[in-house]
Design a protein around this ligand. Structure first.
Ligand code: IMP
Ligand code: MG
Length: 188
């Protein structure tokens, strides 16, 4: 397999800097802590894109919280658009019944992923169910989904970094960058 090129070769522009991300996440953390004052929450992270956001957001929460993970697949490698179908690859390990659940997502694009996950979680009767997404690509929305906390609204461009991947690479970048797709050829 061919090694992926250095990120600079594919970076069209830095869309959100590390400082901007951290500042906004601190604000979201305060807002969530305030809204759930006196309650306990369960943060659910959808693997793998949401990991960076989850770990930074947790550090900004002052309310008691547990975390759990689930893995779903929407985009396949090489595909840039999600299908309406979402497959659960790994389910939660905790029972969410009667708990206050906050779904932590990297990005809501078409909305298909979140819509399917919400329907599934709703059927398990949580006390409440809300969505917190770092990025919202509202222009690309196909399925209507309720979003309670949004980090940033972004244009309908393909982005990478801070948990978001380009064919599984570049998740480690501390900022969100726009990918110049004309300079990229997906692995065969
Ligand atoms: P949706 O089902 O179209 O809303 O897609 C959601 C999932 O697609 C996200 O959780 C991401 O994993 C992925 N995704 C959507 N847009 C981007 C992007 O610009 N860069 C990287 N991954 C993306
Ligand atoms: Mg992805």
């Amino acid at each position: 397999m061919q090694a992926p090129p250095p990120y600079k070769e594919l970076l069209a522009e830095v869309l959100i800097t590390e400082e901007q991300l951290q500042k906004r996440i601190a604000e979201l953390g305060s807002e969530i802590s305030r809204d759930y004052q006196g309650k306990e929450i369960l943060l659910i992270c959808i693997l793998r894109g949401g990991i960076m956001f989850l770990t930074d957001l947790m550090r900004q929460l002052t309310i008691p919280h547990a975390v759990d993970f689930m893995a779903v697949s929407s985009y396949g490698t090489g595909a840039r658009e999600s299908s309406g179908q979402v497959r659960i690859n790994m389910d939660l390990s905790m029972d969410i019944k009667d708990r206050h659940v906050l779904l932590v997502e990297d990005i809501v694009d078409s909305g298909n992923t979140i819509a399917s996950v919400l329907a599934l979680l709703e059927s398990r009767q949580p006390a409440s169910l809300k969505v917190c997404t770092l990025l919202d690509k509202a222009e690309a929305r196909k399925a209507e989904v309720p979003i309670h906390y949004t980090g940033f609204h972004i244009p309908a461009k393909f982005v990478f970094g801070y948990g978001l991947d380009l064919d599984e690479y570049y998740r480690n970048l501390p900022f969100i960058g726009v990918v110049d797709l004309t300079k990229y050829s997906p692995p065969k």
